[in-house]
Design a protein around this ligand. Structure first.
Ligand code: F6R
Length: 357
């Protein structure tokens, strides 16, 4: 039930700190060690390459999952859109492991790939929010996101939950491989949960940004680099699916290779700048659009934007910034849709789970 909330989407955005804390509990044993089945550990340990298969928002979580598994555990990962993989399979490594990411566990394109994977006798893990769903039942192993039912068509808490579980999986794989990592997913996730709480409390600020930047516009651009690039793709998807504003997420460095031609006086550009290693680069990209008239809004941990608005997110581990930086983007999308009179929980032309190809 949505209780006092006007929409499920807002309720589900607000649930994210609890979801992260619940995941921490579910994946920790009494000795504060990561609790994961030996079989999954073995499957990950045996793989020479992981293939992540997903669609939509779950695909965006997969992009972050790749970074985590590669950076923390040193396992090469490819992320594929399920519908593409299904009809255009790339060359596989010798010992692949397939990870399906799906909130519903029913997405037809992903199910199609799993059928082929099973026919080929290759191992599979599903990360899903719905125990007993098709992808859960048919994969060799399953991990749950414990986010509780997600009712709003636009996925929010399922996305952060998927990334949280992927961070735990990455850390577990690192430990199993004897890699000396100082990334403590559980500890860092508890910091993230607190950060999300701070961000979900900043609703008035996000509502104002939605009004100032997105009430009248036909389009909006999101830019970022590294982890931020993955999050801006999700931010753009959120905005377009519920507010019908044409929005795209771009890699900051790609702008000058074409897209910058679209920047006009007043074009809203939301930049994510949470990654220390590329902060100067993304700030340079921001300059490029501002000097062509863009109306910039920057989401960062330091709030150093000199023109336009700043959204400051609390300090979290570099690898987990997506779980925090997506929160303002979810809220801005929500308020943009609300004030443009859109049906937030049931956007036109969309279904919660896409069970046909
Ligand atoms: C976006 C959204 C969709 C789903 C996609 C995959 O907000 O909800 O893009 O993420 O249809 O669905 P699942 O995760 O159920 O496989």
């Amino acid at each position: 039930e949505k209780g006092t909330y006007a929409h499920y989407m807002l309720k589900e955005i607000d649930e994210q700190p609890f979801v992260i804390r619940n995941i921490i509990q579910q994946y920790q044993d009494e000795q504060n060690e990561i609790k994961l089945s030996k079989d999954i550990r073995k499957a990950v340990g045996n793989a020479d390459r992981i293939y992540i298969i997903a669609a939509g928002t779950s695909y965006h979580a997969g992009l972050v999952g790749k970074e985590l598994l590669e950076k923390v555990a040193g396992i090469p990962v490819e992320v594929h859109i399920a519908s593409e993989f299904l009809y255009n399979q790339p060359l596989l490594s010798e010992k692949p492991l397939f990870i399906f990411i799906s909130q519903s566990g029913e997405t037809a394109d992903s199910r199609g790939v799993l059928v082929n994977v099973k026919k080929a006798g290759l191992p599979s893990v599903t990360i899903t929010n719905v125990p007993g769903s098709t992808l859960d039942r048919e994969a060799d192993f399953a991990l749950y996101t414990y986010a509780g039912p997600e009712i709003a068509v636009a996925s929010t808490k399922a996305y952060t939950a998927q990334m949280a579980v992927l961070s735990i999986l990455a850390m577990d794989a690192a430990i199993a491989k004897g890699i000396d990592t100082d990334f403590d997913a559980i500890h860092e996730l508890s910091i993230v949960a607190n950060a999300i709480e701070v961000l979900t409390d900043a609703k008035d600020e996000m509502e104002q940004i939605a009004r100032d930047y997105l009430l009248e516009t036909r389009n909006a651009f999101f830019i970022g680099r590294g982890f931020d690039y993955h999050v801006v793709q999700e931010g753009a998807l959120k905005l377009k699916e519920i507010s019908y504003i044409q929005a795209e997420g771009f890699a900051g460095g790609e702008l000058k290779h074409g897209t910058i031609a679209l920047i006009e006086d007043g074009t809203p550009v939301i930049a994510l700048a949470t990654q220390q290693s590329v902060n100067l680069n993304i700030r340079g990209n921001l300059q490029e659009v501002v000097s062509r008239g863009a109306n910039p809004c920057v989401v960062s941990m330091d709030g150093l934007n000199r023109k336009g608005d700043n959204v400051v997110i609390p300090k979290v581990h570099d690898y987990l910034t997506p779980l925090a930086s997506v929160i303002p983007l979810q809220l801005i999308s929500y308020y943009a849709a609300l004030h443009r009179g859109c049906d937030v929980d049931k956007p036109r032309n969309l279904a919660k789970s896409v069970t046909v190809e």
